[in-house]
Write a protein that binds this ligand. Structure first.
Ligand code: SF4
Length: 425
């Protein structure tokens, strides 16, 4: 199993680019995890009944006493241009804010229908921000599913948040990406043990959390799907830190080492901070990897986590990569992970789903990572599958989650092995 990030690499591997029908969820899905991270925010989707149904089913049809997302449903009169959608929306927002004084940030979230009939949510957000000045910050972003994938909802939201942040000259580290609270706490502890206390995490939990960016902000992404947020930080003058993503023991170590290098943390301090959790992670991964080593895996493009996860599974778990498909390749973000992938894989960007289904059946991998819509048909054809969306909803970053991450891929294989044994018996 190669363990040196510089030994291999597929940076120059030709990319198979295909466009056609694609099978992904839309960006509204990300509201499900974003609303948990932003405690005083409300997400108002301007969309259709389909959008409302998607949100409800993605949220597990939870009924909240005080929900923090909702859909302002566009009726036929709005879609036909017979009603003034802007006035309707202003009225809906006024009702919402009068009932909910706890809302400090209101996100107007665009959808396919609102974009098709060209509702100008940017102007609406500006107008409403002025109207509710000092009380509610109104921002817009698009969660539309037209030509996008579901993790782009977080990216678009974060880009809008960053655009609105004040300027600062303070030297600080910023970490981009919504992580489960327990994982974020572990990350902040590791950074604190390295002597880094002034850490801004975006998106920030509350509107009154001090948050600003500027030329002395050094930032690193914790999620690989934040291309637009990354580019917005660069536009604001902040300096990116490139590193493999913090999946597994090696990925986490490389991610922390890149931060340490930028902030001049000496090696002894870094090693003292990471030695114990790193050893624990390596040991725990080794146990789970027994099921994964030598098994083949195929990634359909879905979450944009594909390239860093392929790096982890190949480099730390000994899996054999066949095709690694991803919706977009943002080289400034995933370049260090690409450097560590074997050069003989098929690297594909975008999707023509019928052609990709032919390829997966041809190569007959041990495990296929794909969207919910493809999983059952592929299982029926005898393939073992893992839902890509589960990887976004599960805590998978940093040392303490490394074995759980490997376990997410091992479980379907173990189940298949047990079923085979059962069949023989
Ligand atoms: S935003 Fe578009 S893709 Fe998403 S639920 Fe609404 S109509 Fe469907």
């Amino acid at each position: 199993m190669p363990n040196d990030l510089s030994q291999i690499g597929c940076t120059n591997t030709p990319v198979l680019k295909q466009r056609g029908q694609h099978e992904v969820f839309c960006g509204l899905t990300s509201i499900i995890w974003l609303h948990r991270k932003m405690h005083d925010a409300f997400f108002l989707v301007v969309g259709s009944r389909t959008c409302a149904h998607l949100l409800q089913s993605a949220a597990g049809v939870m009924i909240f006493a005080e929900p923090r997302f909702a859909t302002a449903i566009l009726e036929e009169t709005d879609l036909a241009g017979m009603a003034d959608a802007h006035a309707e929306l202003e009225r809906t927002v006024a009702e919402l804010l009068s009932r909910r004084p706890d809302i400090k940030r209101l996100f107007l979230v665009g959808s396919c229908p609102s974009e098709v009939i060209k509702i100008d949510l940017a102007t609406m957000a500006k107008k409403l921000s002025e109207k509710y000045d000092n009380r509610v910050n109104v921002v817009n972003f698009s969660g539309s599913g037209i030509e996008t994938t579901f993790t782009q909802g977080e990216d678009a939201c974060l880009e809008a948040v960053i655009r609105d942040l004040p300027q600062t000259d303070q030297t600080q580290l910023a970490v981009l990406g919504a992580l489960p609270d327990v994982v974020q706490d572990q990350m902040l502890r590791l950074l604190s043990d390295m002597g880094l206390e002034n850490v801004l995490v975006l998106p920030h939990a509350r509107a009154d959390t001090p948050a600003a960016v500027g030329p002395n902000t050094h930032f690193i992404c914790a999620q690989p799907f934040l291309g637009a947020a990354h580019d917005e930080m660069v536009r604001r003058g902040a300096k990116p830190i490139a590193a493999p993503f913090p999946f597994g023991a090696q990925g986490t170590t490389a991610w922390l080492a890149a931060i340490a290098k930028r902030f001049g943390v000496d090696d002894a301090t870094l090693q003292a901070a990471i030695a114990a959790p790193k050893a624990r992670a390596e040991q725990a991964i080794a146990t789970v990897a027994k099921t994964l080593v030598g098994r083949s895996i195929f990634f359909f493009p879905d979450s944009q986590l594909e390239i860093p996860l392929a790096r982890f599974l190949s480099q730390e778990c000994g899996m054999h990569l066949t095709e690694v498909g991803t919706p977009y390749i943002h080289r400034a973000l995933v370049g260090p992970d690409l450097d560590a992938l074997p050069s003989d894989i098929i690297l594909s960007e975008g999707q023509d789903v019928d052609k990709q289904l032919d390829r997966v059946l041809d190569c007959n991998p041990d495990l296929t990572v794909c969207g919910l819509g493809l999983a059952n048909p592929l299982e029926a054809q005898g393939l073992r599958t893992k839902w890509a969306i589960e990887l976004v909803f599960s805590p998978i970053h940093f040392y303490e989650q490394a074995a759980d991450l490997a376990g997410l891929f091992a479980r379907p294989l173990l189940r298949a092995d047990l079923l085979k044994v059962g069949k023989v018996a």
